[in-house]
Design a protein around this ligand. Structure first.
Ligand code: NAP
Length: 303
């Protein structure tokens, strides 16, 4: 599909892309650039690309597709750095979990002769770094692209085909809408997990209770999510502030109503909600976005 693809950042998502590009022969050559020498060396040992350089300007030279696979907060600096060195007609994309902020950080610095098509694969694990990637990560998962009205249609179509070849289903969405949808489906669940694990940790220290020992009773699933990369998630909350705060407000109201139901012994209220939520779980399994297994199919493949 492409003569040269450049991956900036080679952690879980970057290395998974490198694996699938190789398997599907999507690029004649793959250049890899990352922040640290250590990660770059590891990427080379794993044979993830064809060219390995710390210098991002050098890495993007002649690339037809540049994919930024770093935490969201690094996007502005990267856009500024690579802008003068981009090939005319190149497609620039990213994989960040927030889209409005990525556009705001990158678009002003990029020349008009290149096409910015932001993207977000809804696939991941709680592991990080170049060793964490695998070729099937994107299989049967959604990838959301958020071009705006001015974005070149051919560039969007080409990137859509690229993600389809990586195994994903592609949805085109407005960046603002993406951020609101992901605030409820991904960002809030992570915030709740970070919070509950933090609370449990304090409780264990304060009361010497056996939180970790009896973790299988529900807590364990939260600890998996709360093990996600701290830098990535710090950037998600800082850069999707408005949408997260809006969803958090609604969540807090609903939590208060649950609190009231428990205090008043309103079993009908609780039973009614828990029955509706059980249906939601069933419908997720029905559309093939999870499996009905005891471990919830969470060994891999879910953000
Ligand atoms: P990761 O495994 O932690 O890898 C991050 C990569 O970015 C590393 O190569 C790191 O370089 C580099 N990097 C970190 N900070 C940087 C900076 N300030 N400037 C330049 N490079 C920097 O991360 P990941 O899980 O692949 O996530 C990458 C992006 O994908 C994030 O924006 C995230 O929102 C998005 N995403 C993640 C998931 C998920 O489940 N993990 C799912 C979908 C989308 P060094 O190691 O050399 O320091």
């Amino acid at each position: 599909m492409f003569e040269k693809v450049t991956l900036i950042g080679i952690g879980l998502i970057g290395s998974s892309l490198a694996h699938v590009m190789k398997r599907e022969e999507l690029a004649k050559s793959v250049a890899i650039s990352t922040r640290s020498e250590k990660t770059l060396k590891r990427a080379e040992e794993l044979g993830l690309g064809d060219l390995y350089v710390l210098d991002t300007e050098e890495a993007v030279k002649d690339a037809d597709l540049v994919i930024v696979c770093t935490p969201v907060g690094a996007c502005e600096h990267i856009a500024k750095t690579i802008a003068p060195h981009l090939k005319t007609g190149a497609i620039i994309t990213d994989v960040g979990s927030v889209k409005g902020s990525v556009v705001a950080q990158m678009q002003p610095h990029l020349p008009e002769r290149v096409h910015l098509v932001p993207g977000h694969p809804i696939a991941g694990t709680e592991y990080s770094g170049p060793d964490a990637g695998f070729a099937s990560l994107f299989e049967n998962r959604w990838c959301i692209l958020t071009p705006d009205q001015k974005t070149d249609e051919a560039a969007t179509a080409k990137l859509k085909l690229f993600w389809q070849k990586c195994g994903s289903h592609v949805e085109i969405m407005d960046a603002h809408h993406h951020d609101l949808v992901l605030a409820i489906t991904s960002h809030l669940p992570h915030l709740i997990a970070y919070n509950i694990v933090g609370t449990a940790n304090e409780l264990e220290t304060d009361t010497r209770s056996e939180v970790i020992k009896f973790s299988a009773s529900g807590f364990r699933d939260f600890t998996r999510i709360a093990a996600s990369d701290p830098t990535m998630w710090r950037d998600v909350f800082i850069h999707n502030k408005e949408a997260v705060l809006e969803i958090l407000g609604r969540f807090s109201e609903d939590l208060s109503s649950l609190q009231r139901a428990i205090r008043r012994g309103d079993g009908d209220h609780l039973f009614d909600l828990f029955s509706r939520t059980r249906e939601i779980r069933r419908s997720i399994i029905e559309i093939g976005q999870d499996v009905d297994a005891p471990n919830f199919g969470r060994d891999e493949g879910e953000e």
